[in-house]
Design a protein around this ligand. Structure first.
Ligand code: SER
Length: 275
């Protein structure tokens, strides 16, 4: 794993998915258009909902974006964890009835671990899988992920308001015992406890149902086609690649911090909870 600037990592991601046939589009507005279910855009998939549901024809059935987001549901965590921000950017690759998990998951693994790209240590990656999704579990095994690094969870199902939804598989990076003073290890992932040791860097949603108000998950109708919706928080990934304690010590924020240090003549000593 090499130190990578936030701008370089954004470009590497988008270029990688262009090489897989995805159309690169600029970020859509933060203000949802024709979607009364959301106050603000909370994920890369949100402006693309009509393509997932088949209501509109996409410019291409494969796309990649870096979307401006404000995740209203996470606001309470800002300032408390290493990895939440008010505003953030989400890298994503999307398939509208085109490629599915047999392509998307090997590509995610390739981008993260190949020496040509982010060259992350495989032993530091842990992956959660929806309990009933054996196929996804087996794809990860076939890529060489150890069973001890795969965690089945009943809650791995992604939805946000009505619309495209489905089982998901989330990739976490283990920052080690420095961020786990009580040495609780992967029980924190198994029990879904708030922690800053295992950082979720990439969510791959196997988007195939239409979440519908008044229906239980088991009753959601299937979408006309199977889709892929993925999201990687750019600032989180920069924090991992740059080995900083929080998102705020990356090259995105540090130039601003240095200017503040200079103006105030007070050194920045990091964040107290990580000392
Ligand atoms: N929609 C999913 C998420 O936001 C993946 O992009 O986590």
């Amino acid at each position: 794993m090499e130190w990578t600037s936030l701008n370089d990592l954004r470009e590497a991601y988008l270029k990688f998915f262009e090489s897989k046939g995805c159309l690169r589009k600029k970020s859509y507005s933060l203000v949802p258009q024709n979607d009364n279910s959301l106050l603000l855009i909370v994920a890369g998939m949100a402006p693309l909902k009509p393509y997932f549901t088949g209501q509109e024809v996409p410019p291409r059935t494969r796309m990649t974006t870096c979307q401006k987001c404000i995740r209203t549901g996470d606001i309470e965590n800002v300032g408390k964890t290493a990895r939440h921000g008010t505003y953030f950017e989400m890298l994503g690759n999307f398939s509208f009835g085109d490629y599915f998990k047999k392509e998307a998951l090997p590509w995610a693994w390739e981008l993260l671990t190949s020496p040509k790209y982010f060259a992350m240590d495989k032993d530091k990656l842990y992956i959660t899988v929806y309990t009933h999704d054996e196929e996804t579990y087996n794809i990860w095994l076939s890529l060489g992920v150890k069973p001890s690094h795969l965690i089945k969870l009943d809650t791995n199902f992604w939805e946000i308001g009505p619309g495209p939804s489905g089982p998901d598989t989330e990739i976490f990076y283990d920052r080690g015992e420095k961020y786990d003073k009580q040495k609780r290890g992967i029980s924190m992932l198994q029990n879904e406890e708030e922690n800053d040791r295992y950082i979720e860097i990439w969510n791959n949603v196997l988007s195939q149902f239409n979440a519908t108000e008044g229906l239980s998950r088991e009753e959601y109708p299937e979408l006309p086609h199977k889709n892929i919706d993925t999201g990687m928080g750019v600032e989180r990934m920069a924090c991992i690649l740059q080995e900083t304690e929080t998102n705020y010590e990356t090259d995105l924020f540090m130039p601003i911090m240095h200017k503040i240090e200079e103006i105030c003549n007070i050194p920045y000593n990091g964040q107290m909870q990580f000392k």
